[in-house]
Ligand binder design. Structure first.
Ligand SMILES: Cc1ncc(COP(=O)(O)O)c(C=O)c1O
Length: 410
């Protein structure tokens, strides 16, 4: 096999569909069949596939120039996108560092946080607090912060967590967990650079939804004990939770926010790490060593920036938040009708719907069953989830939901 596919034992890969065309929410396969994509290519293609306004923007930019590095040069698409991101992200986040993937953008955030302290002469604050059930990417430091599980198992012997907290599933455990968190900070904050957290919903690591009040409470304690906050919005950014950013559900703002996936509407891999002025200013100095020494070749790629700008413009002009709330309502109502003893829980937030099963065995074969019914769905562990494009037709969404219902009720 010449391609080495992700997250898959290649020995048992079997036959997978070959896509020859993708349009709207539909994937068209080489054998003449088709399927509705329930997860918009790992949640990135927020407007669906081959969306004309985005295609046109990209073609125009290709004719101007498709790549110019940001080392010693700059260009209008990057300048405009940075300004736009500062405008639309929560107040205080003012400085945008571009990179080429969510994982790298998380790494950049970690470098910013640790160097923030060392630039001020504090070389002790180097540790990180991460959360159980989280996922932050596949690079080494991102794996160290992610939950122990399938994604990290092969390296568990070299991935040692600094500190890990649990976000409680039940609100009645919040007070106790916050007391534990404060106790951790009282004892160890002098060694801790930052808390890294996915706001409001933890995605690939567990699909847990939690309250913005809890997030704010963690943030306040971090401020109190001088620990930076990094919100990883790679999955949640650009509308997934019903608001433009998940942080917008909360009152507090992080020191650093990470964006990826939906940033370029799935057209080109790109990401952004956005820092507060407090963080940025700690890097201003006469000493070169205090600069942020990071620079991915394709950072600020003009094609990525141009398509991101257009995507944001469409998101805002066409009131996508309203569209997402309609998706949320459709999923919520339909989920209420799906009953099965195999189901442990159901959760819906924005354009995310999750059915958690009690035992992974009960969803063996679901992917194939869905494909036979013209739906592409790809459970992770015990989670069957949908994250459709925001332009998915209601009829298509209902086809996905009916297929899930048939599976669980068969
Ligand atoms: C919350 C979160 N952070 C980081 C990443 C990594 O992003 P990428 O796959 O672009 O490296 C992901 C990917 O799923 C994610 O969901």
């Amino acid at each position: 096999m010449s391609i080495w596919y992700p997250y898959k034992q290649m020995q048992s890969l079997g036959k997978i569909p070959t896509v020859i065309k993708a349009k709207g929410s539909m994937l068209y396969f080489e054998d003449g069949t088709q399927a509705i994509d329930a997860i918009s290519s790992w949640w990135a293609c927020i407007h669906g596939y081959a969306y004309r306004p985005l295609n046109r923007t990209l073609k125009k930019q290709v004719d101007r120039f498709s790549h110019v590095m940001l080392g010693g040069l700059t260009h209008t698409p990057a300048l405009k996108l940075a300004a736009k991101l500062v405008e639309i992200t929560p107040k205080g986040l003012n400085h945008v560092f571009f990179s080429d993937s969510g994982s790298v953008a998380v790494e950049v955030a970690l470098k910013m946080a640790i160097q923030f302290w060392s630039n001020q002469g504090n070389k002790e604050k180097i540790k990180l607090i991460s959360c159980k059930n989280s996922y932050h990417g596949d690079t080494f430091k991102a794996m160290q912060l992610s939950d122990d599980g399938d994604f990290t198992a092969a390296f568990s012997h070299i991935l040692e967590k600094d500190f890990e907290i649990q976000i409680p599933e039940n609100t009645n455990e919040y007070t106790q967990e916050l007391q534990n968190f404060e106790a951790l900070l009282i004892t160890h904050s002098h060694t801790i650079a930052a808390l890294v957290i996915e706001p409001i919903i933890q995605c690939a690591g567990g699909f847990n939804v939690y309250s913005s009040d809890y997030l704010d409470a963690l943030n306040c304690l971090c401020v109190k004990y001088n620990v930076l906050t990094i919100y990883d919005e790679v999955a949640t950014g650009f509308g997934r939770t019903g608001k433009l950013f998940a942080t917008n559900h909360a009152k507090c703002v992080p020191d650093i926010m990470v964006l990826g996936k939906g940033l370029t509407a799935g057209y080109i891999g790109h990401a952004a790490t956005i820092a507060s002025t407090k963080v940025y200013e700690a890097f201003l100095s006469d000493e070169h060593n205090k600069a942020l020494m990071h620079g991915p070749t394709f950072m600020g790629n003009p094609l990525a920036c141009a398509v991101a700008l257009k995507s944001i413009e469409i998101f805002q002009k066409k009131e996508y938040e309203k569209k997402i709330l309609k998706i949320e309502s459709t999923i919520t109502h339909f989920f209420d009708t799906i009953q099965s003893e195999d189901i442990q829980g159901k959760r819906v937030l924005g354009a995310v719907g999750i059915i958690e099963v009690k035992n992974e065995k009960s969803i063996v074969g679901l992917k194939e069953f869905a494909l036979e019914n013209k739906v592409f769905i790809r459970p992770i562990g015990k989670m069957v989830y949908l994250m459709p494009s925001y332009r998915m037709k209601k009829k298509e969404l209902l086809t996905i939901l009916k297929t899930m219902k048939r599976w669980f009720e068969k």
